[in-house]
Every structure is written in C-alpha cells, then in structure tokens.
Design a protein around this ligand. Structure first.
Ligand code: BES
Ligand code: MN
Ligand code: ZN
Length: 500
C-alpha cells in the first residue's frame, strides 16, 4: 500500500473514493464544513435519503456521485464515528475497520481519508497515533494468506493507495505515524504469515531459518540459531525434555538489535515457539487440534517485533529469544511423573506433558539473565485457562514489577491491543508443590493461567519481568480462522513510547 499526505480540502483531493468521517445526529453535517457548500448540501440530501445516521462503524457508499458535481472523487464513503462527545480509541478503531471493509468491497483502487481527528483537530489521539493506527488497520484489513492456495483468490485486494487529508500543522507527525504504522503492520504480517503456516512447513528448523534470513533485509539485526547440541551444553533440560518427543530437532533463536547506547540495558522479549502442540503423552482431544499450529504465535510475534524495531531504527537495545520445538506423543516423549532438571538447576515434576510451554520458557528466562536486562517480557499461548478467565479480547498480563505491568497496560490501551492483569500472589504458589521435585509443572484446575504465571515467576526473580498470555488473542477460530498478529502492536507501542 502506498500512503500519501495532503493538506488540501477533501473534495480537491483526486481519488476513487473519499472517506468522510461523520459524527452522529444533527452534528454530522457540520463535519462536512470542509467541503464546498454545494457539495455538502448534496451529500446531506443523499445521506438523508438513505437514512445514514453516523453510528459507529456505519458506512454509506455513494457510488457513483450522482448529481454531485465538482467533486474530484469518483465515490464517497460516509463513515459513522458515533457521538462526538463519546469518541474514543475503540470507536476510531471500529470505524476504520468498517471503512477498510467497505473500501475493499467498493473495488476502489485508491482512497482519500478525511477524519475529524486528522483534519479539524479533534483529538482523542494525536495525529501521529491516529495515522499509525489507521495504517495498521488498513494493512491488517487487506491482509490475505494465500501462499498455499494454487487457485487464484476470488476476492483480490484492489486498494493500493491511501491519502490522508490532514491539517498542515500536523504534517511531520502524520509522516512519522505512517512510518510507524507501516513498520508495525510489517511486523504483524511477518508474524501472521509464520503463524498461519502449517506445522508440516513451519517446523523449529524452518522458524530458525526464516529468522536468520531477516538479516538480509535488516543489517542491524544479528540472528543466531542454537541447535540441540548447543542447548545440551547450556543444560536446558526442561526445554530439551519437550523436544525429545519429536523427530524435529529444537532450536533456540536469538535475535539481537543494538540501536541504543552500548551501556543501555536491553529489553528481552521471549516468545513461545511450539510449532505444533499435540499435548505429548497427555494427548489433546482431536477437536480443533489443528489450531495448535498457532502455539508458536508468541515466537512469531517476537520475530515480527525485532524486524519492525530494526526497520524503525528505534534507539533501544532489544533482544528476542524464541525457544522452538514440537510437543508430540512418542516413545521418547516426556511421561507424566518424569522429573527433569531446568537450566536454573530447579527440578520439575512433569505431571501433565501438555503443560509444555512453561518448560521451554523457564530455560529461556534463565538464559535471559546473561543480558542484564532492563525488562524481560515473555509472550506465550500458554493456557486455555486464560481464555476461560478473560475471553478473547484482552491478553492476560502477569508480572513481578508494577511499573512494567502498568506501562504495558497503558501501551495496550493506546493501540487497542489490550491486556488485563491477573495476580501472582504467593498463595497460588502453593499449588505448584511437588512431592518429588522442586516444583510441579501444573497447579491443578483452579486459576490455571495464574499458576502457569507463578511457575514462570520462579525463573524470573532477577529482573523486572512480565508475562503476556496470548492464548485467546493470537488467532481467531471459526470461519475467520487465522492469526491476528497480536500482540505486535502492543509490544511496538511499548517500545516506541512506553519504555520507562
Ligand atoms: N498451548 C496450550 C494452551 C492453549 C490451549 C492455548 C488452547 C490456546 C488454546 C498449552 O500448551 C496447554 O496445553 N496448556 C494446558 C495446560 C494444562 C495442562 C495445565 C491447557 O491450557 O489445557
Ligand atoms: Mn500444551
Ligand atoms: Zn502449548
């Protein structure tokens, strides 16, 4: 997609389709004040004819612009933003999602976008953040995963260029917003593509190769991929115990980006990279098991974020760690009751082989210590219990550092890739007691998302740490099955504006 910025009146911007953001009720025609009067009058008439009210996400395509002379646009899309006083980030997002859908259906090849937020300065978000969000939504809304289809897509995306109509004073901010939005969208696309690939294509080895390939386009990224022998030398016994039940060898992907002062402590991002999770000997039920190809979404988001951070040349040091493995039943797989020794030296009784993510992550957390990190954030499709607790709107957030958790909460609010915090109280730690090892890998049926977080916390004592459980947010199930690219926006928002 090409993006342009114009400071002209909206009806002077030539386009296949002009999108006009409108508030609800009698107020909305006033947002047409930027238009020539004759034009505004005709539009108001057409909108009345078709009972357009301006409710959030409501759209009206006027196609062609019958009787409206003098407009430089071929079509007009009225976009409802709801009541002016009630406008918030959620409504801007909802409106933009609806606009992108209507634009795709309209067959317009290019569009001009006029929003009160950008054009007459009514700010819930500043121009930079609005444009950033819009670009992210436009790119997400036009994303297709057709790599494995031999027959052509019946709904090709025609939209190829978008012009933001903005106030002069906000040109520089909007330019920055475009650049950031494009980088975030790029990271999301990378993450979604990797995640949507099936387990027989996207193996730990494939994930490692793809991550290493990024060095070609991203000279400031250093990627190293450790193999099984190297993991043995590191004594990553918990991680390796999961991998030994699979014919695919494990990988630890290490991505380094040094854009900040050499002495600045890095942010370490750790992403769960289970390229397929069948549960192991504690085998999962068959229904929807295909979706466990998405158990590497945390890892994919970390790879996407590192690439996006490099693209933006952020003045930070960021490390990405992705432990990658399969979890399958096999003669050599972990058995319930097995005791393994983690890299940290703590022994773990594996009471359920399907609680495998934490076994990879605990060794990656121990590895993270060598970077003397400012903060460590792990991202994982860790527990079905997190979906039970929170549903599929926010990701679960846990951590040992209030300021870090607060920064992530706020970053999520701003880009609308939200998280909700769950407690990691000591009382819950009791549930992880084992008769035979230092701790058990499951904590029973109560508070499963939290006890998973508690397990990880035992390996994260030496640095500020947060855990983001993306089990409910990383992909959509059902008819629109597919990876969402979350929480790339959250992490980028945090890295761009929120690192305290
Ligand atoms: N990858 C799954 C968690 C998951 C399940 C994410 C469904 C999204 C949808 C994880 O490895 C797992 O199997 N967790 C178990 C833990 C349990 C055995 C304590 C779970 O959630 O059932
Ligand atoms: Mn599992
Ligand atoms: Zn898993």
């Amino acid at each position: 997609m090409d993006y342009h910025l114009k400071t002209d009146a909206p009806d002077r911007v030539p386009s296949d389709c002009l999108v006009l953001g409108c508030y609800e009720e009698r107020k909305w025609p006033t947002t047409l004040g930027a238009l020539e009067e004759r034009l505004a009058d005709s539009i108001v008439k057409l909108a009345k004819r078709d009972h357009f009210e301006g409710k959030v996400g409501e759209t009206l395509l006027i196609n062609p612009l019958d009787g409206v002379e003098g407009a430089r646009c071929e079509r007009l899309l009225l976009l409802g933003l709801g009541k002016r006083e009630a406008l918030d980030i959620a409504k801007i997002r909802k409106g933009l999602v609806a606009a992108v859908k209507a634009l795709r259906d309209s067959k317009a090849k290019n569009a001009a976008l006029w929003l009160p937020e950008l054009s007459i300065g009514e700010r819930v978000l500043d121009a930079r953040a609005t444009v950033r969000l819009a670009v992210e939504i436009i790119e997400s809304g036009t994303y297709r995963f057709a790599r494995l289809k031999k027959e052509a897509d019946d709904k090709p995306v025609r939209l190829g260029a978008v012009t933001f109509v903005i106030e002069k004073a906000h040109k520089a901010a909007a330019e920055r917003g475009v650049r950031e939005g494009e980088a975030i969208a790029y990271g999301m696309r990378l993450a979604r593509d990797l995640a949507n690939l099936p387990g027989n294509v996207c193996t730990p080895t494939y994930l490692g190769t793809e991550a290493a390939k990024l060095m070609g386009d991203h000279p400031a990224l250093k990627v190293e991929v450790l193999d099984e022998t190297q993991l043995e030398a590191l004594r990553m016994g918990a991680f390796l115990s999961v991998a030994k039940g699979s014919r695919q060898p494990p990988r630890l992907i290490i991505m380094e980006y040094h854009g900040g002062p050499a002495k600045a402590k890095p942010v370490v991002l750790i992403g769960k990279g289970l390229t397929f999770d069948a549960g192991g000997i504690s085998l999962k039920p068959a229904a929807n098991m295909d979706e466990m190809k998405y158990d590497m979404c945390g890892g994919a988001s970390v790879i996407g974020v590192l690439a996006a951070v490099e693209k933006l040349q952020l003045p930070l040091n960021v490390i990405g760690l992705v432990p990658a493995s399969e979890n399958l039943p096999d003669g050599n797989a972990n058995k319930p009751g097995d005791v393994v020794e983690s890299m940290a030296g703590l022994t773990i009784e594996i009471l359920n082989t399907d609680a495998e993510g934490r076994l990879l992550l605990c060794d990656a957390l121990t590895y993270a210590k060598r970077y003397n990190p400012a903060a460590v954030i792990d991202i994982a499709t860790l527990t079905g219990a997190c979906i039970v607790a929170l549903g599929r709107h926010p990701s679960g957030l846990m951590g040992n550092h209030d300021a870090l958790c607060e920064a992530l909460l706020q970053a999520g609010e701003r880009c609308w890739d939200r998280v909700w915090r769950l407690p990691l109280w000591d009382e819950y730690q009791e549930q992880l007691k084992s008769n035979f090892a230092d701790l058990a890998n499951i904590g029973g049926p109560d508070g499963g998302a939290i006890t998973a977080g508690c397990f990880l916390s035992r390996f994260a004592k030496d640095f500020p740490w947060a855990h983001v459980d993306i089990a409910g947010t990383a992909w959509k199930t059902g008819q629109d099955k597919g990876a969402t690219g979350r929480p790339v926006p959250l992490l980028m928002q945090y890295l761009i504006e929120g690192v305290a």
